[in-house]
Write a protein that binds this ligand. Sequence first.
Ligand code: AMP
Length: 184
Amino acid sequence: MRVVLLGPPGAGKGTQAERLVNQVDAPHISTGDLFRSHLRDGTPLGLQARKYMDAGELVPDEVTISMVQDRLGAESGDRFILDGFPRNPHQARALDALLTTRGSRLDGVVEFNVPELVLVERLLARGRSDDNVQVIRRRLQVYRRETAALLEYYGDLVVSIDAVGAVADITERVVDALRATHEP
Ligand code: AMP
């Protein structure tokens, strides 16, 4: 199982990924979580990422891609649930290249569909430090401007789900979507 969860901030990718690791044997790799943990530990990478995260901008690709390379390289198996990466076509090409060198490839992409009003409500309720109205607006813009292009990039690999509703119901939809993408 090698999948990418794709969707705007607040779509519930992280919540669902946490629930999926209990059902499928694959680690959850969230670039946002990795950056936040670097930030907490005060590493140079964390300090470098901070100003972008605070502003709701993407951390530069070379920093992000090398962090993901390290993280995937530390994995013994060839499975993952990627959450928050890739965020633009350049990152997607880097992921493809990385997988190709390992003789592997993506099984699929699950797109989380949520109306923007619901996203803003959820993000404001979550209350992370980058969850204020101004930064939320910027992150949604960045999603539309850079990340949404991945739908076209991944084409037939994408299975879209309605990600509004009860958490458990959405998990079922994700599992169904994974079944549709997964080729053993
Ligand atoms: P997230 O937890 O996915 O909402 O990410 C929080 C913040 O981390 C984002 O607003 C970006 O500043 C940064 N970030 C996370 N993933 C990426 C990525 N793939 N590329 C660039 N920046 C990222």
